[in-house]
Ligand binder design. Sequence first.
Ligand code: AMP
Ligand code: GLY
Length: 423
Amino acid sequence: MRALVVGSGGREHALTRSLVLADSVDEVLCAPGNPGMAEIAECVAVATDDPAAVAHLADARAVDLVVVGPEQPLVDGMVDAVSARGRLAFGPTADGARLEGSKAYMKEVLVAAGVPTAAHRAFGADDEAAALAFLETLPGFYVVKTDGLAAGKGVVVTESIDEARDAVRAYLSGAAFGDAGRTLVIEEGLAGPELSLLVVCNGDTEGARPLAPAQDFKRIGDGDAGPNTGGMGAYSPVPMVDDALVADVMRDAVVPTLRELERRGIAYRGVLYAGLMLTAAGPKMLEYNVRFGDPECEVVVPRLETDLGELCRASAAGEPLPEIRFTDDACVTVVLASEGYPTSPRTGDPIAGLAEAAAVDGALVFHAGTRREGADIVTAGGRVLTVSGFGPTVAAARACAYAAADRIHFSGRQHRSDIAAGV
Ligand code: AMP
Ligand code: GLY
């Protein structure tokens, strides 16, 4: 099988690596890819924001399976465009991807499906007074989210009503995130550990299968300080999450959601990423994403023993999924971010030590935001690299990831030193 991975981040690098290793896959192409992916697969320059261009590429190169990494092309209908030409594409069609494309829609589906979630209301650009009034009704812990996609940065979680009010004004006026924020969702703040459960779906509600649980670290700073990011590190498995809890989440949240989508005429395929908070009152759904999490993918997919090509193919074809197996080894990933991330990341800094890091036994270095400049690899985004480490325990995997990450240097490098600490 010839596979085409769409995207250029750490998630797509991890997917490319596992597809290259899969028996079912003979050749992997990437569009557009990154310098790390270019070391293991052929990268093709194509406008990946254009579903028709990718569908055309898939035809021209006789691709058997397109694996779409990021959310934006899914929301824009890339799976629809590829499927319309009779080729398989892993991921939901645009109607399913709306779960991530609009938080107001996602909340409506959650409520219709009876899935426990935070109390909330959605407001439009003309509803500023009502939105500010709704804040007053919440008990001192406020969450304000853009309705539309904001690259993981459109969420403010705060105990300060003034900060929440400022966010409401900046979002609804379009000043903060343009049209993505002109509709917003306000919800009650919830507390507890978070759980990322990635579920592979094949369009048949009963056929969905969970991958190993992971936990993500969203804030920029140690001890969960500072603003939210796309994710600064992750680990899998999660010792506090046992099979019984996963089964509960599937029964009480994921399956009812898939059933509700089915009722609306949507046969969901690809990854449904359930982002939960394990509150004192039980698990509550914070959000759904419609793709692998990043950096969760960089710890979950490397642990997968099942052939990733066959898993994605079966999902895309709407066939029963192969049995999903994971190694017992744990995996931890540490994100190295550029100076100024998440607000205004600086780019263009040369990166040293990549080969030395990759030489650490059990370590995998995934490129997230890099580009080649002559002989150098330089920073090209907010999250620059995700460095994963394996080990027989989470603590050993953590030591491996940090040993490798410590060998990488670039000016202004930021990372958290407490990923998976004490697990
Ligand atoms: P979302 O994009 O909805 O997942 O939000 C991003 C992150 O914001 C989540 O992973 C949580 O860390 C945090 N968050 C979202 N909703 C809430 C909530 N209701 N209470 C507390 N934290 C939240
Ligand atoms: N790590 C969170 C996300 O992928 O949305």
